[in-house]
Design a protein around this ligand. Structure first.
Ligand SMILES: [Zn+2]
Length: 291
């Protein structure tokens, strides 16, 4: 099982957009499953290690989405090259050349402090990705190549759903390692949940969406965390305006459910989780008619 082949333009950074085949206001995006490593990445860390940053095969886990009525938008380039789920101002000062540091518009987040801001500096909080700085001009070029077209595609799909249905129901799809040095020490760096649902404490989506998905996943026996550990980052923050019927929720899938993280391969659980994500989409389609 391999990543889906790249459509035209994707190697240049154009998002991969698969339109809903049924008329519904549901939209999914996978910002971190990109596997096309551009020639100008110029990283020095091991590629196999770098690939562990991918939300591996999340695009494939949701591939039934379009047939079930959801538009599916995926980023083709890897999140370690430019993370489209970060604010463009989330610049890691240590990655910039010293003379470019400290501009007033920069607002490095806690993610940048861990080396995983807009442009990643570190893997696992310790392995340097580059043997050089990444300056503002190079960062800007990556923003134009990756961030701008991705967010334009999201905005267009949200606006189209609003124009046609008066509402948009968006799920931002991710996967997370079973264990990570970046997880809180009090969790012993292990993820205690199978799934995380995040709507930034109810501020980015109608609560019924997370409640329905919580019930569906818990009914299958999974451990579901709600607005804990990861509550949603830039994409749900930017898109979620529930009072305007623009709903946006983050879904994190524990990678242990569908892949062997050490081998970087799907395991026998992949088909089960893929089928379950089809149920998630169907639930969203049904619920969206009642919102
Ligand atoms: Zn992710």
């Amino acid at each position: 099982l391999n990543p889906a082949p790249l459509p035209p333009g994707a190697a240049e950074g154009a998002p991969i957009v698969q339109r809903a085949q049924l008329d519904t206001p549901v939209l999914l995006d996978s910002p971190h499953s990109g596997t096309f490593y551009p020639a100008d990445f110029d990283h020095v860390c091991d590629r196999a290690l770098l690939r562990r940053a991918e939300d591996f095969l999340v695009d494939r886990l949701f591939e039934a989405g379009p047939a079930l009525g959801a538009t599916l938008i995926c980023a083709p380039l890897p999140r370690s090259y430019l993370d489209v789920n970060r604010a463009p101002s989330d610049l890691d000062p240590l990655l910039l050349p010293p003379h470019e540091r400290g501009a007033g518009a920069d607002s490095p987040s806690a993610k940048s402090e861990l080396g995983v801001g807009l442009v990643w500096r570190l893997l696992d909080g310790e392995v340097p990705i580059y043997a050089r700085h990444v300056d503002r001009a190079e960062t800007q070029a990556r923003i134009q190549r990756c961030w701008v077209p991705y967010h334009q595609a999201l905005d267009r799909a949200m606006d189209a759903a609003i124009a046609r249905h008066g509402k948009a129901v968006h799920v931002n799809c991710h996967s997370m390692p079973a264990a990570s040095r970046l997880y809180p020490a009090e969790l012993q760096h292990r993820m205690p949940y199978d799934f995380l649902l995040g709507d930034r404490d109810g501020s980015t989506a109608d609560a019924r969406i997370r409640e329905r998905l919580h019930m569906l996943l818990a009914d299958h026996g999974y451990r579901v965390g709600v607005n804990t550990i990861f509550k949603g980052v830039e994409i749900v923050r930017r898109l979620g305006r529930p009072q305007q019927q623009r709903h946006s929720l983050q879904l994190e899938i524990n990678r242990a459910l569908y892949m062997d993280e050490a081998l970087h391969q799907p395991h026998e659980g992949f088909g089960r989780i893929q089928a379950l994500m089809g149920q998630v989409v169907t639930e969203l389609v049904n619920l969206s008619a009642r919102l």
